[in-house]
Write a protein that binds this ligand. Structure first.
Ligand code: RP5
Length: 165
């Protein structure tokens, strides 16, 4: 049995460097769920499980996963290593780990060499939600039902803005 979780019809693979990233990345998963997007979530560290990461990526691509959202903290190399192993888009979420308020994670994730991009989002929960929201926008480009659902979501957001009286 594979040492990772798979979901039938997954379009997005959420990867984390550690299970300790889950409380933040759960928000990304919940955002995808809101739009009914099949996805799978796994903690596979680029440093601690390099072999498993390569196996997972090869398998995920074969199964039709269309993009990866990768979260890591500290020396946050997961998104970059995933980008090195796949031609699918990689969205990076820097975690606020144990030091430097996540600035270490942000710089490790964003400073990719030319030609191997990682689309990097904000540190922490807002970034996790925005990475998933961006994933929805990308998938909606080829999916008119999803595009309609996304339009309604944006309208709802506009209607809940509070104005000072
Ligand atoms: C990174 O180190 C993980 O992505 C996590 O953000 C951080 C701490 O991991 P643990 O020591 O809690 O497993 O690799």
């Amino acid at each position: 049995m594979a040492d990772y979780t798979t979901t039938d019809g997954a379009r997005v693979g959420i990867l984390m460097g550690s299970t300790s990233d889950w409380p933040t990345m759960k928000k990304a998963s919940e955002t995808l769920e809101k739009f009914g997007i099949h996805h799978e979530c796994n903690a596979i560290s680029a440093h601690r499980n390099p072999q498993r990461l390569q196996e997972y990526l090869a398998d995920a691509e074969k199964r039709g996963v269309e993009l990866f959202i990768c979260a890591a903290g500290g020396a946050a190399h997961l998104a970059g290593v995933v980008a090195a192993h796949t031609e699918k888009p990689v969205l990076g979420c820097p975690m606020q780990a144990w030091s430097l308020d996540g600035l270490d994670s942000l710089l490790s994730t964003v400073q990719m060499p030319k030609g191997i991009p990682v689309a990097t989002f904000a540190i922490g929960g807002a970034g996790a939600i925005n990475a998933a929201t961006f994933a929805v926008q990308m998938l909606a480009m080829g999916d008119s039902c999803l595009a309609t659902a996304f339009s309604s979501y944006r309208s709802e957001q506009s209607s809940v803005v509070n104005y000072l009286e």
